[in-house]
Ligand binder design. Structure first.
Ligand code: MEV
Length: 433
């Protein structure tokens, strides 16, 4: 039910229960809906209330664990937090098919984040940029005067770069501070440093510093992963001839995502089907990661394309490769304070932010191949059938054992599954019992 007015004066001063009740009244929520919001699993109401503003409750999503992942010779169980069926199973399935060739191999950059300062009102941006570079060490030291564990652990601002861009007011100066954030994602530290030096940047450059903010295009914090799949492993029953045909079909699917942004967007969504849910499960800023991944997919020549690259090696194996920005942390933020995120990081057993970045990239590559293999062979709906049927059965009102019975019945029927069909079959099933 839409509310009449979204201006809720003093809303933030209420406690969580009062806020929930207020919203429930305004939106005419049913008791079940109120209970759904009020029931909190691992995240206490107090913890939730400290994380964001105007909290009225919490919302749960399933956490599933993808199996079979061997990455850089280490086994991982990878937690995914998402609502979409088949994703976890698909990732696990592809990870299994990769085992024969040793699993996934990753390589990650050091944890360098970029903070930007936009310098305006300059008579000569090029000269101003030169002055900034001449005073680079002073600015770096100023950044690193921030009392932070990151700096104590050997991180902090490592370098400063300048760029000249064409803006609506002519040429303009942009300064990048390059900050080693160690095992943190680092947004807070980078933003603080950018703000800390802006006064001195104005003095040195003679300009006006406008925006001071981290860039989510974490181009110096890339994670790379590669994996090889034999034709046998990609076939349905170990047949290399069938596997070779599947590989060719996958390469055609990949090519589509290289030449058409409409297809690339969906193809990359398939990759994000792993990246975002793992990021969410591990308490990461998944919006920052998504922004970085999509931007990177368009950086090469300004044309948005596949985040992954697939080719065939001289033995006829399928070789996949993915490179993408991966700004993640295992200290600070929700990764530290959210109990489920802590638990999920413990399940993963990663010891550094870079290791986490590699794992996420590997799962992204596996997910991508799973989607392409399905699309290039039977189509995507075949694999979704059972779980999809279960979800529609629940939506139709099936309860307890009815869910499984109805899903089986629908699957046996074959053909497209729609909510209308499932509603009808539930009624028939109940009548027949
Ligand atoms: C669905 O969540 C993801 C896919 O659309 C990805 C793709 O098309 O490659 C299947």
């Amino acid at each position: 039910m839409p509310v009449d007015n979204s201006r809720l004066k003093g809303f933030f001063r209420l406690d969580v229960n009062q806020r929930r009740q207020m919203v429930a009244t305004m939106a005419e929520l049913s008791p079940d809906a109120i209970e759904a919001l009020a029931s909190h699993g691992e995240l206490s109401e107090q913890a939730a209330d400290r994380m964001i503003e105007n909290v009225i409750g919490t919302m749960s999503l399933p956490v599933g664990v993808a199996t079979n992942f061997v990455i850089d010779s280490k086994h991982y169980l990878i937690p995914f937090c998402l609502e979409e069926s088949s994703v976890v199973a698909a990732a696990s399935n592809m990870a299994k098919r990769c085992l024969k060739m040793g699993g996934f191999k990753t390589q990650t950059d050091g944890p360098i984040m970029i903070g930007q300062l936009q310098v305006l009102d300059l008579d000569n941006p090029v000269e101003a940029g030169t002055a900034i570079l001449e005073n680079k060490q002073e600015l770096i030291d100023l950044c690193n005067s921030l009392p932070s564990t990151m700096v104590r652990l050997g991180g902090g601002c490592k370098d400063i770069e300048t760029r000249i861009l064409d803006s609506m007011n002519g040429r303009t100066l942009v300064i990048h501070i390059l900050v080693d954030t160690r095992d943190a994602m680092g947004a807070n530290a980078v933003n603080t440093m950018a703000e800390m030096i802006s006064g001195r940047v104005e003095e040195i450059s003679g300009g006006r510093v406008h925006l001071r903010i981290l860039s989510n295009l974490a181009s110096l914090r890339l994670a790379r992963v590669s994996a090889t799949f034999t034709p046998e492993e990609l076939s349905n029953d170990g047949n290399p001839i069938e596997g070779a045909k599947i590989i060719d079909a996958i390469l055609e699917a990949h090519d589509f995502a290289m030449i058409d942004p409409y297809r690339a967007t969906t193809h990359n969504k398939g990759i994000m089907n792993a990246i975002s849910p793992i990021a969410l499960a591990c308490g990461q800023d998944w919006r920052a990661i998504e922004a970085g991944c999509h931007a990177w997919a368009a950086v090469e020549d300004g044309c948005y394309k596949s985040m992954s690259r697939w080719s065939k090696d001289e033995l006829g194996n399928l070789v996949g490769w993915l490179e993408t920005p991966m700004a993640v942390g295992i200290v600070g933020g929700a990764s530290k304070i959210h109990p489920a995120a802590r638990a999920n990081l413990a399940i993963l057993g990663v010891e550094s932010a870079q290791e986490l970045a590699g794992v996420i990239a590997a799962a992204g590559l596996a997910q991508n191949l799973a989607a392409m293999r399905a699309l290039a062979t039977n189509g995507i709906q075949a694999g979704h059938m059972k779980l999809h049927a279960r979800n529609l059965a629940v939506s139709a009102g099936a309860a307890g054992d009815e869910v499984e019975l109805l899903a089986d019945l629908i699957k046996q029927k074959g053909g497209p599954i729609t909510q209308g069909l499932v509603d009808e079959e539930l009624l028939k099933m109940r009548d027949s019992l």
